[in-house]
Design a protein around this ligand. Sequence first.
Ligand code: ZN
Ligand code: ZN
Length: 375
Amino acid sequence: VTEESISFKTTQIFDIDHFQQVFNNAHVCSENGRLEFIADTSPSVGLCHCNTLRCTNCGKKTPVTNFASIDPVKSVQQEPNTLLVIAVATTGISYNATKCIMSTLGLSITSEVAFLHQLHKYYDALHFFAAQKFQQIICELKHKYKKQKQIMNVTISLDGTWKRRGHVSNYGIVFLIHVDSGKCIDYEVLSLLCEKCNIRKATLSSKQFKKWYQKHQPYCQKNFNGTSKSMEKIGTMKLFERSLANGLRYRSMLCDGDSSAYEAIKYYYINKEQQQILGSDEDMHSVDSKDSSGEGSDGEESGGEDLLVIKEDCINHVTKRVMKHLTKLKQEKTQRIPATTTTMKSSTSLSSSKKQPARQQQLLDDNKKWGDGVG
Ligand SMILES: [Zn+2]
Ligand SMILES: [Zn+2]
């Protein structure tokens, strides 16, 4: 029952347990009283509604929200709205798509600005949470190997993934995985775009934009300027730059076929060491260390070999490559060739009991078939 007429269709979603609880405890006069439900039909923003239960006898009202409200209602985001933002954040669907889906059910959601604000807050919290979690994992690893107070050498595996497949995406993320434990210990997001910049660019004149950009620059989300293809390489470099601060040295690196990322950081720790030496006593080393950077030969001298990043190949990738070539080779060698061209000495005795095939398999040097028994 509603007091006002409903001019447009409104829907509410209810937490049934919460509703039941309020309903059971709501005041209603035992004689001549019944409960009247007064729906909140005011144009709402978001999924929260403040309905009322009213005793028809004495008129006493009991407020009933569709979800248990979190105080203060005005400034704290309420549960259904939070859940929606989290759902959007984890699935990656847009505000407009969400609004469209919700409105088909007669549900209205918060304004775009408020929604995106919440969404970004959620992403920030997630990023912060991940960073904390990574620190915890690194601490545990260092504790396990009793290397709490020194820089620990580890083997890592890197993998980049793109928002859109096929190396044409504007966003990429590079994950860094500690191989022995299989845990992710860091990641780097690379963006070819900044949404704020794009909006301003469209609305401001180039002069105004330049002025605005000067203030915006430190917060600009565009942190990468190159082809999508080189994203993995840049991401890898950024991850290596953070490694020593995390108390780790990525000594060995597991790669797939593409080695451009490896080439970029191969001498990272050697160069870093040289920079430190240069910083401490510039006069002594300034000449000879300059030309040795980037050279392969400097790995042998002054303990530099320990600092050279080693490339390791994933056994699965090697297996794949070897299998591909072996299968091809086997196919080539086991192609049936006309029987007339082979010498019939031993093969006749082998196949005399069976029907003589028109064509027969090419044999190995010891007259055995390919692929028979142990190779
Ligand atoms: Zn009453
Ligand atoms: Zn920007």
